[in-house]
Ligand binder design. Structure first.
Ligand SMILES: [Zn+2]
Length: 194
């Protein structure tokens, strides 16, 4: 039996698509899967964005459910989003799912007229990402917590999980206790909320 070769690089194929019309080796299949994942994530992001826009027009934030993107993408390099731009590749490996989530909520906050808090959270997020003294794991944890806070801020006060918010604030304060520039911004954010 003739061995099928990868249509991209010629190595032995391990998988075929479209009734054998596309055959790929292990490496090229991984690239193909990653490309599919990126397209999927982009589409999901667009759908979520459109949903947010519809809600903004109706003045009903978080009315509709969002698609959840299951696997986080860890990213090293420039990060260009609607609000958050980091053009410094030396920031470690960041879970972009959290940063994207913060970015979407920032757009929401701005649309609601909460420019001041949105700007503070934007600066805080960038400073945390760029901080070279916070280890990657902890950095991603803080970003995850910040994503939760920012999402909560984009919904009406009476619907917020205030006690959880306070706990998460306290956790972040502990995590960044060694960095006065970060503490100062988080303090300002807290004053605007509680
Ligand atoms: Zn190949």
């Amino acid at each position: 039996m003739k061995k099928t070769k990868c249509h991209n690089c010629g190595k032995p194929a391990i998988v075929t698509y479209n009734n054998g019309k596309l055959a790929l080796c292990l490496d090229c299949n991984l690239k193909f899967q990653q490309a599919q994942e990126l397209i999927f994530r982009r589409n999901v992001k667009m759908l979520n964005y459109l949903t947010a826009e519809i809600e903004a027009v109706g003045g009903l934030p978080r009315l509709f459910p969002r698609y959840k993107v299951s696997s986080p993408v860890y990213y090293k390099g420039d990060l260009i989003l609607n609000n958050i731009n980091i053009q410094n590749s030396n920031v470690g490996v960041i879970n972009t799912g959290n940063v994207e989530s913060i970015d979407v909520s920032l757009t929401f906050l701005k649309e609601q007229g909460n420019e001041e808090i949105a700007e503070l959270i934007k600066i805080l997020t960038k400073e945390i990402i760029k901080n070279k003294d916070i280890v990657e794991n902890q950095k991603n944890e803080i970003l995850e917590q910040l994503a939760f806070i920012t999402e909560q801020l984009s919904i009406p006060k009476e619907q917020r999980k205030t006690s959880i918010l306070k706990t998460i604030f306290a956790t972040i304060f502990t995590s960044i206790s060694g960095f006065s520039n970060l503490l100062e911004i988080l303090e300002k954010v807290k004053k605007l909320i509680f």
